[in-house]
Unconditional design. Structure first.
Length: 201
């Protein structure tokens, strides 16, 4: 991977890291507990500010690597961010479904093994983060809730499945539309660069 492609790929990483850092509870890290008397853990607001600053730096690197002026980037940046955010929504949901299903290469008796029942999804935690309240994320939470209920009637299971599939289909359509809007403001070389790093297809 070239330095240019790596810089562009970092945008998606930073967008994902923001949610992960905000979701981590305070005090779970032994090092944090040992250093509690000597340093103060950043507040959620401070962590959010740091992630926004990091995102701004990475986005500025992406602008430079793609060759846009600051004035041109004002038009392109919202289109770029929309593609990255929808991509993140799909990726996070895919990861969650894989965790729910469990791997098929685990040892005997372990959740996800061929001779063991599928791993049960963990109960979803209430969240105020925007990325946890997209239609796709909420449909996935609903599906998880129904799956955990072993007494759920067939009609409820079917409704949850239909809701999740419809939300996923709509999200994919939104991604296709967002990608097309971004392509329209790119040169052929810029488009190739974003295909190379997975932002476009």
């Amino acid at each position: 991977m070239t330095r240019r492609t790596l810089a562009l790929a970092l945008v998606g990483v930073v967008l994902g890291l923001g949610g992960l850092l905000m979701a981590q509870p305070a005090g779970n890290n032994p090092q944090d507990q040992g250093n509690r008397g000597t340093r103060q853990r950043p507040t959620a607001q401070e962590m959010q500010q740091r992630m926004e600053q990091m995102r701004d730096r990475v986005m500025d690197q992406a602008r430079t690597q793609l060759g846009f002026s600051e004035e041109e980037w004002k038009e392109v940046k919202p289109l770029y961010l929309k593609v990255a955010e929808i991509n993140r929504d799909l990726t996070r949901t895919n990861r969650g479904m894989m965790m729910m299903q469990g791997g098929r290469t685990r040892g005997p008796g372990q959740p996800g093994a061929d001779n063991a029942p599928p791993a049960q999804p963990q109960a979803p935690q209430a969240s105020t983060r925007p990325e946890d309240n997209t239609p796709l994320a909420l449909a996935r939470v609903k599906l998880d809730e129904v799956v955990r209920n072993e007494a759920a009637p067939a009609a409820e299971l079917q409704a949850a499945l239909d809701g999740y599939r419809a939300a996923r289909l709509q999200t994919q359509k939104d991604l296709d539309n967002a990608r097309q809007a971004l392509r329209e403001v790119l040169s052929l070389r810029q488009e190739a660069m974003l295909v190379s790093n997975g932002t476009l297809d």
